[in-house]
Design a binder for this molecule. Structure first.
Ligand SMILES: Cc1ncc(COP(=O)(O)O)c(C=O)c1O
Length: 405
């Protein structure tokens, strides 16, 4: 017998689903297309100029279209050798690694492609090192309240942002987040189970929070005492951003591993893990890998970038301009009465505002100023490190207008 009931139509024929963006919709993007960059400015398809106080989220520290960076890129391209894989030696990769060995605590460097990849690698390195300590259960990674270390399985587990974490539970095991308090750390840091503690000296995504140097010095002492590694994540605050080449120089501590990324190649995707002698000796061929990391084009550009960003004159400029910028933000706070707190160092500042940060960012965008948030009520300022006071002053005028509109 045949049914008189009509068969259900395919659901797709009747469901009015919105058109999908070709780029997966994980970001809300501003509407105009950006087509050009120069110095501290980006230009959209209509020729409108925007002052860039985001720098690709702390990436283009030397600004856009920097002649030195462009030249380094041309030099690398002229060899015709963009990529070899890590099966083969190249001079730029070796020169860059040697530069870090000569200019930091590191004995060796592993090149990665992003910040999250650098931190994921550091977690693996910590576990590999821990295996050699004789404690079979030593594996745990400990992060602190307010942290952001990336969006991959391990780094997400070490990231203290409920909105980023909740949709992806269960997260990777063996990662614990504790308060930024030495007493709590003293309680949880078991030498038999803990492999590493990871901390950002200034928490960027977590609201531009300058972590108490006393706490960091205490963490260093405690981790040494308990035979646990200290990983500093300077992916956002490192490489000149706070007025010293490494942020930890200002605290007077030396980590066992340091992760860096964002400005390393001024916009070409690159990260790195700097490791001390003990960690370097624990890693064996086959223990870790990456196809692209530290390729000759990236490494040649990064070698140029790190020399520029470590130049004492550049760091002096960041300290001076940054201190002045902080005072100007305070002036805006006093005049507008719309600011709850201002925090920062060098050219990395956060401003807590009463209004949702997104509303101010939107009005600033209309007026030709690029800003980013760090949480719902925090504006974050991460200008290119080469920015001048005059350029910043122009941005501050727009900011104040946008806050009062
Ligand atoms: C401190 C810190 N660690 C890690 C990351 C992750 O870096 P990436 O986005 O390159 O994976 C970020 C990115 O904002 C960061 O600020």
């Amino acid at each position: 017998m045949t049914s008189t009931m009509p068969s259900p139509a395919p659901t797709t024929a009747f469901t009015a689903t919105p058109a999908l963006p070709a780029i997966l919709g994980t970001y809300k993007r501003q509407a105009p297309l950006f087509v050009r960059g120069d110095g501290v400015y980006m230009f959209d398809e209509h020729g409108k100029q925007y002052l860039d106080l985001v720098a690709g989220i702390a990436v283009t520290s030397l600004g856009h279209n920097d002649p030195g960076v462009m030249n380094a890129m041309q030099e690398a391209l002229a060899t015709g050798l963009i990529h070899t894989s890590n099966l083969y030696r190249t001079a730029p990769g070796e020169a860059l690694a040697q530069w870090f060995v000569d200019h930091s605590f590191a004995s060796s460097v592993f090149f990665a492609n992003s910040g999250a990849e650098a931190n994921e690698g550091a977690f693996k390195f910590a576990r590999r090192w821990a295996k050699g300590t004789g404690h079979a259960a030593k594996h745990e990674i400990i992060a602190v309240r307010g942290s952001f270390h990336g969006r991959m399985p391990g780094t997400l587990a070490a990231t203290d942002r409920p909105a980023y974490r909740l949709p992806f539970r269960p997260l990777m095991g063996g990662v614990t987040i504790v308060e930024r308090e030495l007493d709590e750390l003293r309680t949880v840091l078991d030498p038999e189970t803990a492999a590493a503690v990871i901390v950002e000296p200034i928490q960027g995504e977590g609201g531009v929070r300058v972590v108490d140097p006393e706490f960091l010095r205490g963490v260093r002492e405690l981790t040494r005492e308990r035979n646990v590694l200290l990983i500093l994540d300077e992916i956002q605050c490192g490489l000149g951003r706070t007025g010293s080449f490494f942020a930890h120089e200002q605290i007077g501590i030396v980590p066992d591993m340091l992760t860096i990324a964002k400005p390393l190649a001024n916009g070409l995707p690159m990260g790195a893990i700097l490791v001390n002698d003990a960690v370097a000796r624990a890693m064996q061929p086959g223990d870790h890998g990456t196809t692209f990391g530290g390729g000759p084009l990236l490494a040649h550009v990064a070698h140029h970038v790190v020399q520029r960003l470590s130049d004492p004159a550049m760091l002096q400029h960041v300290r001076e301009t940054g201190a002045w910028f902080g005072e100007q933000l305070q002036g805006i706070a006093d005049r507008t009465g719309q600011v709850r707190a201002i925090r920062g160092k060098g050219l990395m500042w956060g401003m807590d505002v009463h209004e949702p940060a997104a509303a101010i960012i939107g009005r600033a965008f209309e007026r030709g100023l690029l800003l980013v948030s760090a949480g719902e009520h925090t504006l974050r300022f991460l200008p290119p490190l080469v920015i001048t006071k005059d350029e910043l002053a122009a941005g501050l005028v727009i900011l104040e207008a946008a806050m009062q509109a």
